[in-house]
Design a protein around this ligand. Structure first.
Ligand code: ADP
Length: 451
């Protein structure tokens, strides 16, 4: 190692030697030529000078190489110091020690900086709000875990949104943070507050999902409006009957019996409306986060069918079930799906023919109307059917084709609204096919594990 060091030191040592020895040699030569110095003593003096100069040049050349290596280590920050750090020329030794101290200080501060950078990175990684780093063309350079779990496959749609693009362009141009409210409409409506924060070249995009809060606000307003509208009539009629029972019918047991029957019916209806409205609200609150649990549909449908037996019997109807036992599991909320199929089967009974046939079928996405993968479940009846113009509005709250009939058979007008919101939460699809007078088919497609 020492030899190698000396090998490297030779050029510097030689250059130093030339620089140191050139002038004295010239002086000796001139003095000898002019006869001021005899040749041999002059050669002896020159030899001593050259030996001292040479030794000093070699030592200094070697130290210069050691110093160069030290400084290079400082620049490149390698894992270890160079193997040789000892400096031999007296003044150089202090210089070398200072260099080593500098290297240590530099490494320490670099390690501290790396630790701080790692903490900063961990903070943004774990930030509960989605954060993305974009270039000026909306290309994602980096994103945190929250962004992935909040948007997943919908990230491209979000970045393509005109308001998001506008905000990005504006922030990049004016170099100041820009905030926008963005409404995503597909696959489910989402209210987002997007802030673009330019940091030189790239722009950070911070997303605050306000869907939940806004859904809550809207839900409260809708609930009050719908509930008061739907409950006012039966409540007014209850009050009317109470007055009649206290007054004109006070001594008429027959009328009392009849009125109490109607009152019980009205009260039960109000109870159903309130239960359905509360259910709908609960489903809406969870709508933005698709279920993750895997559900095996055949046993779930079997339980629902078993529960329908008494109603089928009372209506003289028959239920044909065609559900393959090996249907693949789908990500779903079992309770919410139960509600969906109970509502559909209940409607098939209510609006089906007395003594008719209801068919419950399930298959692995059977035709081109649905994306490949996933499962389609249909409930078909041979009842009154639905005129074409009503089909697009069926899932609106309290929408009924025939208000009187729906009320008479205990409907709340909320069953299909519940179905739609559950299907939305599952990122599925609801398809209604019907022909007035012939019957209806309600098909639900649920995406498979990959969807
Ligand atoms: P309801 O409580 O009134 O049944 P839904 O939301 O379940 O409320 O249904 C809304 C309307 O859609 C019903 O009032 C009815 O007019 C129509 N409808 C639903 N299912 C069927 C069906 N299987 N056949 C005919 N019409 C139906």
């Amino acid at each position: 190692m020492v030899e190698k060091l000396l090998d490297k030191a030779w050029p510097a040592a030689f250059a130093l030697f030339l620089a140191l020895a050139a002038l004295p040699s010239l002086v000796f030569l001139v003095l000898v030529l002019l006869g001021y110095l005899p040749l041999y003593p002059a050669l002896l003096a020159w030899g001593v000078c050259a030996a001292v100069g040479g030794t000093f040049s070699i030592l200094l050349g070697r130290d210069l190489v050691v110093m160069t290596r030290l400084v290079r280590a400082l620049r490149l920050a390698p894992g270890t110091l160079p193997s040789e750090t000892m400096l031999l020329v007296p003044g150089m030794r202090q210089l070398g020690q200072e260099a080593i101290r500098l290297i240590h200080a530099e490494r320490l501060s670099r390690a501290r900086q790396l630790a701080i950078a790692a903490e900063d990175r961990a903070l943004v990684e774990r930030l509960p709000d989605p954060l993305l780093k974009l270039d000026e063309d909306s290309k994602i350079l980096w994103r945190n875990d929250s962004a992935l779990s909040a948007f997943g496959g919908e990230m491209a749609a979000l970045l393509r949104h005109p308001d998001v693009r506008d905000a990005l362009a504006e922030a990049a141009e004016i170099k100041v943070a820009v905030r926008r409210e963005v409404v995503l409409s597909v696959p489910v409506a989402r209210d987002l507050d997007v802030t673009m924060i330019p940091v030189g070249g790239p722009v950070y995009m911070l997303v605050n999902d306000r869907t939940h809060e806004r859904a809550l606000e809207k839900m409260r307003a809708d609930f009050v409006a719908n509930a008061s509208h739907e409950l006012r009539t039966p409540l007014a009629s209850l009050i009317g009957f109470i007055e009649t029972l206290r007054g004109p019918a006070a001594d008429d047991p027959e009328a009392q019996e009849r009125f109490l029957g109607i009152m019980a019916e009205q009260a039960a209806r109000m109870q159903r409306v309130i239960a359905d409205l509360l259910n709908l609200s609960r489903i809406e609150i969870t709508e933005h986060s698709p279920p993750k649990e895997l559900v095996n549909l055949p046993p779930l449908l079997e339980r629902i069918v078993a529960g329908m037996e008494p109603m089928l019997k009372a209506n003289d109807s028959r239920l044909e079930v065609e559900v393959p036992a090996d249907l693949p599991k789908v990500p779903a909320d079992a309770d919410q799906l139960t509600q969906v199929f109970v509502n559909l089967l209940d409607n098939a009974l209510k609006y089906g023919k007395r003594g008719g046939v209801i068919k419950l079928t399930a298959s692995v996405a059977p035709d081109t109307r649905f994306e490949p993968g996933g499962v389609a479940i249909s409930v078909a009846d041979d009842g009154i059917g639905i005129p074409r113009e009503h089909i697009p509005r069926l899932t609106e709250r309290f929408y009924r084709v025939d208000k009187g009939r729906s009320r008479a058979i205990g409907g709340t007008g909320l069953g299909l609204a519940i179905v739609k919101h559950v299907v939305n939460r599952h990122r599925g699809r609801l398809l209604v096919e019907s022909e007035a007078g012939k019957g209806s088919v309600f098909t639900i497609w649920l995406p498979g594990r990959g969807g």
